[in-house]
Design a protein around this ligand. Structure first.
Ligand SMILES: [Zn+2]
Length: 162
């Protein structure tokens, strides 16, 4: 087609103006050409798509709040503390422990009361029964977490103090 060769030269001149059109410049000549020329239309559409993708990539996501970085740092600190802290053993159990600690305390109380009642006054000297358990026999979990925020703060402080 004769029109094709003429057009490709014309098209090249339009392609050089894509940049301005992409940046919002009104180009009536371009508009009318793009309506007739499928090649330039698809090329312009591709350019618009590429521009939009780039904008999406370089524009911060809308959910990035001012406290986002601080939150990420706190999470990193928590993960770090969890891996390095000697209390790491308890960390996965903290939730369970907070639920069970009251029950466990009651059971220990009842159990020790029962043992004392069964063996009253074994004479002189504190003879300690083998079956009697005291809280000191177990490693103590680092307190019952009142809220997640307090846990985060405590862990962050622990790792910062190092
Ligand atoms: Zn064209």
């Amino acid at each position: 087609m004769v029109r094709n060769s003429r057009k490709s030269k014309e098209c090249r001149s339009f392609e050089a103006r894509f940049e301005e059109v992409l940046q919002g410049a009104a180009d009536a000549e371009m508009q009318s050409h793009v309506k007739e020329c499928a090649e330039c239309r698809s090329a312009l559409e591709d350019a618009v798509l590429a521009r939009d993708l780039l904008r999406e990539t370089y524009t911060p996501a809308p959910e990035a709040r001012p406290g986002f970085a601080a939150g990420v740092m706190a999470r990193i600190a928590v993960e770090k503390a969890r891996r390095e802290s000697p209390a790491a053993f308890w960390t996965p159990l903290e939730f369970l422990a907070s639920r069970l600690s009251l029950t466990a305390a009651v059971i220990l109380l009842v159990l020790s009361g029962y043992l004392i009642h069964e063996k009253p006054q074994l004479g002189a000297g504190p003879v300690r029964s083998q079956t009697e358990l005291s809280a000191g026999d177990f490693p103590q979990p680092p307190g019952d977490p009142v809220s997640n925020d307090e846990v985060l703060q405590a862990l962050a402080e622990r790792s910062n103090g190092r």
